[in-house]
Design a protein around this ligand. Structure first.
Ligand code: BES
Ligand code: MN
Length: 503
């Protein structure tokens, strides 16, 4: 298995632009840009830059791209691509990351072999270069994993141009961004994989390969081990399928790490969600192959955490199973017993992410987690509430949620907090067991999170509902259709912020 689609080093060079050894030089240009630093480029293109801006052919609107030929014989790049960076006000690493990805995608479509991206704009050097590296790497991703014809062109080789290129911090930022981009792409490839090829067993095998290649210790628990642990919720969900479930467990234990904190990352790993006996409608059901995107994010974040040598202990736990309506499937009204001892009346067999996560959250505590973060394509209700741009954030205490929100925002994974008032728990009351697994339609994302909360043992915990953000229905200039790789970078950055965690 290929662990990264683009594995070449990503060099950072200082310039000047005319001396960069490349085919295409890409330069962000703002709306109403003063062009003060682009006189040389304008001259090298025979005045094309100023002409295009004056005529309105190029305006600097976000993601607009204007290609022009470099005429000057003393310049190495043969062409330039001006990339619309939008208004200068509000320019951010988030926008820079997307610009870099958009240019990478566009250059690839044009069969460009070598691309150099100029980091421009008033951002701190290392942050800017990391964002460029992430974006350019994300732009290398192609969802054409199984095509045998109409293959997309190979992505170009990449460089970043930044005046501070000689600083060690800046070069480190480039390799950090490169790695985080590659790990995001790896998660996207897993989530895009169809369910016949990525069964729970295959997912577990791939996870072990991804983890061990990064020097991590990985373990896979089979159905017998899960039965010994009394994971009745997880095993209950798996009953409907002929494919056996697997629990993927990955540990990062750096020598000399403090005893605590221990970050517990838990990801939903439903390799296909039919809804079970509460069967989903056929229309669009093919997308449910990505119901393991949270699990993929955890596995791939663990890889980044190991390679970047995060200073604290981290455990990753991913329950992997299909949700199928087989002859032995759980049926509405069935009662299951969790590993923690709580009983659950399953009133809807489509609401099972929370069941497998409940047992996995419990297991992360058994492994010593002191802080929990789970990531899951959990509810359509979250998509209704926040759309496809923002993940839902839930949890307690508020300071821990706020910390994760900030890390997510900086990593390019927008997320926003939703309330977990105690009264919402009324929706989960069962007449026959401790809880039902699904409440009425209103506040469906919140009641799902309230259910998870019952299994967090009172630890600081954040739940990220990525149902809306894990998958792009329509291609964007910076991202093709399909899996987005959301949450990988957030999870990977979190252990590096441990010094700022609220206690
Ligand atoms: N995988 C779905 C959630 C989902 C919906 C993800 C749409 C992406 C897009 C989840 O397992 C599910 O089926 N949730 C149900 C829960 C309901 C039955 C309480 C839902 O949201 O409809
Ligand atoms: Mn479901």
């Amino acid at each position: 298995m290929e662990l990264a689609q683009g594995t070449d080093e990503l060099a950072v060079v200082a310039g000047p632009a005319g001396q960069v050894e490349t085919e295409v030089l890409a330069i962000p240009v703002f709306e109403a840009d003063d062009l003060a630093d682009l006189d040389d480029l304008d001259a090298a293109t025979g005045g094309e830059v100023r002409r295009a801006l004056a005529s309105g052919e190029f305006t600097g609107k976000l993601f607009e791209i204007f290609w022009c030929v470099v005429l000057s014989g003393s310049w190495r790049p043969r062409r330039a691509a001006l990339v619309g960076a939008g208004p200068r006000a509000g320019f951010s690493t988030e926008r820079l990351r997307k610009l870099a990805a958009a240019v990478g995608l566009a250059a690839r479509q044009r069969h460009v072999a070598r691309l150099a991206f100029v980091s421009r704009g008033a951002l701190e050097a290392a942050e800017a270069v990391q964002a460029c590296a992430e974006g350019l790497t994300l732009g290398e991703f192609s969802p054409a994993q199984h095509k045998t014809s109409d293959l997309p062109p190979a992505p170009p080789s990449l460089q970043i141009v930044h005046p501070a290129a000689s600083q060690r911090e800046v070069r480190n930022a480039a390799s950090r961004g490169r790695l985080l981009g590659e790990c995001s792409n790896l998660a996207r490839a897993l989530a895009n994989e169809p369910s016949n090829l990525l069964t729970p067993r295959v997912f577990a095998e791939r996870a072990v390969a991804i983890a061990e290649d990064a020097g991590l210790c990985a373990e896979v628990l089979d159905e017998r081990a899960l039965a010994e642990l009394n994971m009745g919720l997880f095993l209950g969900v798996a009953r409907g399928s002929d494919e056996p479930p697997r629990l993927i467990v990955i540990r990062h234990e750096p020598p000399g790490a403090p005893e605590r904190p221990v970050l517990g990352l838990v990801g939903k790993g439903v390799t296909f969600d039919t809804g079970g006996i509460s069967l989903k409608p056929a229309d669009g059901m093919e997308r449910m192959k990505d119901d393991m995107a949270g699990g993929a994010a955890v596995v791939c974040a663990m890889r980044a955490i190991a390679i970047l040598q995060a200073p604290i202990r981290v455990v990753g736990v991913v329950p992997a199973t299909e949700n199928m309506p087989g002859g032995r499937a759980i049926k509405p009204g069935d009662v299951l017993r969790s590993a923690s001892g709580k009983t659950v009346e399953v009133v809807n067999t489509d609401a099972v992410g929370r069941l497998i996560l409940a047992d996995a959250l419990w297991y992360a505590q058994q492994l010593g987690a002191t802080h929990l973060v789970d990531v899951a394509t959990l509810t359509g209700a979250c998509v209704t509430a926040l759309g496809k741009l923002t993940s839902g954030l839930f949890g307690s205490p508020e300071l821990w949620v706020e910390h994760v929100r900030r890390v997510a925002l900086a990593a390019g994974d927008r997320a926003w907090p939703m309330p977990l008032f105690e009264d919402y728990a009324e929706a989960l009351r069962s007449e026959v067991a401790d809880l039902v697994n699904s409440g009425p339609r209103p506040a469906g994302a919140i009641t799902a999170a309230m259910f998870l909360k019952e299994f967090t043992g009172g630890l600081p915990w954040v739940h990220m509902d990525i149902a809306g953000t894990a998958w792009l229905e329509d291609a964007k200039p910076f991202q093709p259709k399909g899996a987005s790789g959301v949450a990988v970078r957030t999870l990977a950055e979190l252990p590096f912020t441990a010094g700022r965690w609220p206690v």
